[in-house]
Design a protein around this ligand. Structure first.
Ligand SMILES: Cc1cc2nc3c(=O)[nH]c(=O)nc-3n(C[C@H](O)[C@H](O)[C@H](O)COP(=O)(O)OP(=O)(O)OC[C@H]3O[C@@H](n4cnc5c(N)ncnc54)[C@H](O)[C@@H]3O)c2cc1C
Length: 416
């Protein structure tokens, strides 16, 4: 079996990020992105953690390729900007139904059934996706769509339970993109529920390397009218008949184990260097130091911050914790793992807020904890952030395109 390149090694390093970026080919992407072995970029863990901003990523791709608003790759990048626009405007409301869904009148389950969590539903494509998720922390967009649609519409799991679970296991788990995508699939952030059938799976799953990713002969092997009826009228369809072998779900942790912390970062001691600006580096702002790696002495003193209370509701896999800690250790002088609201009072010499910098985070709880410590700057965006919440992607994209003549002018900061 040949493993698609986008699934190989997501090391949390700039070198790996640049390797991936330089391999991006917008033309191939447009032609093949829907297929599981298509030329997708595997950039999501890096964009999610701010190892690079979308703006800088696009600028680098444009050094080698022409890219405009109508390119498929740009279109997908814009989905990320759209979800983050909604997050900035609506905040934690993205964790609740954005609008009422009128799909199924029953009560959706608040937990995933064990057979789904353990990849033994008997629907091979779903079980394979669960296995791949646990093994790699990554899924192709189509696999995420199939998995979420199956969970919500056929197994009657509330989208929020599914979203929290998937978020915990992904290396790129991002509240705006993940939770709003689940809502899009569920129909609480779109005009209709997203459904898929076995024919759709067969179209995008290549034969080689994905032998087990099948759906033929299962509950989704029906036409869309029948599936829609199941979504709207039936209770949980349950797993396929018979015994199916499963996998053990990796544990999710509300906090990293102390050994992982000491292995990857320098824990913060009680005193800070005097007369230096402090830059708080949350897990979503793990870019290079401005001015490059050698700029350490003159620039702000970088303190990694993991605000644990925020993770109690949305725990992470060990792989995600280690990814974040390893990257944080490489770009900060020290890291604090605990309740960030206690930082100023518990650390000797904590500076006045005007000497503390931080960026806004797309994770509930972080801005409220870091905001009082210093000046929160907006995360760098590629596209404008319209003042009113755009209720759909198409409204958002039309709005931002009206505001800037071309992608190049947007990068240059020119307004039309
Ligand atoms: C149920 C569900 C949950 C999802 N959860 C997340 C999540 O937690 N984090 C996350 O980053 N994306 C999420 N997505 C969106 C998308 O599936 C991933 O961004 C994409 O698969 C990441 O792989 P890639 O980098 O190879 O993508 P590529 O196809 O190579 O795309 C390049 C980049 O564009 C952005 N992008 C592409 N497609 C989308 C999309 N549909 N929505 C938003 N951004 C997109 C991502 O930043 C991605 O890295 C989710 C989608 C669904 C349907």
């Amino acid at each position: 079996m040949s493993t698609p390149a986008h699934l190989l090694g997501f090391e949390p390093t700039r070198t790996e990020l640049l390797r991936r970026l330089d391999a991006v080919h917008p033309g191939e992407y447009a032609r093949t992105r829907n297929a599981l072995d298509g030329a997708v970029t595997g950039l999501s863990p890096y964009l999610c953690h701010g190892v690079i901003s979308l703006r800088d990523a696009v600028a680098r791709v444009m050094q080698k390729h022409r890219l405009g608003y109508d390119d498929k790759l740009m279109f997908e990048f814009a989905w990320r900007e759209f979800f983050h626009h909604v997050w900035r405007r609506e905040g934690e409301r993205v964790l609740l139904d954005m609008r009422p869904a009128h799909v199924w009148p029953g009560t959706y389950a608040s937990e995933l059934p064990a057979d789904l969590r353990e990849g033994r539903t008997g629907v091979p494509v779903i079980d394979a996706a669960v296995r791949q998720l646990y093994a790699t922390g990554y899924l192709h967009n189509h696999a995420r769509m199939w998995l979420s649609s199956y969970a919500v519409h056929l197994r009657k799991v509330h989208w929020r339970a599914g979203a929290d679970w998937l978020y915990g296991h992904l290396l790129d788990g991002d509240v705006p993109s993940n939770h709003l995508s689940w809502q899009w699939v569920a129909g609480t952030f779109s005009s209709k529920p997203y459904l898929f059938n076995a024919e759709n799976v067969a179209k995008y799953v290549p034969r080689q390397g994905f032998e087990s990713w099948r759906a033929a002969g299962t509950v989704v092997d029906q036409d869309y009218a029948a599936l829609e009826q199941l979504a709207r009228e039936a209770d949980d369809v349950g797993p396929e008949p018979g015994q199916h072998e499963g996998v053990v779900e990796p544990q999710l942790h509300a906090a990293p184990q102390p050994a992982w912390v000491t292995e990857h970062v320098t824990p913060l001691t009680a005193t800070l260097p005097s007369r230096r600006e402090i830059e708080l580096v949350a897990p979503w702002a793990m870019g290079e130091r401005e001015g490059g790696a050698g700029a350490g002495a003159g620039g702000p003193w970088r303190l990694g911050v993991i605000h644990l209370p925020a993770h109690a509701a949305l725990p992470w896999s060990e792989a995600r914790w280690r990814w974040v800690l390893q990257r944080m250790g490489a770009i900060t002088e020290a890291a604090f793992v605990g309740d960030a609201t206690t930082l100023a009072s518990s650390v000797r010499g904590w500076p006045q807020p005007d000497r503390v910098l931080a960026r806004r985070s797309p994770m509930p709880g972080y801005d409220a904890a870091l905001g009082p410590l210093g000046a929160l700057r907006e995360a760098t965006r590629l596209l404008p952030n319209p003042p009113e919440t755009c209720r759909s992607f198409s409204v958002f994209y039309e709005t931002v395109k009206r505001q800037s003549r071309s992608l190049q002018s947007q990068l240059n900061g020119e307004l039309s």
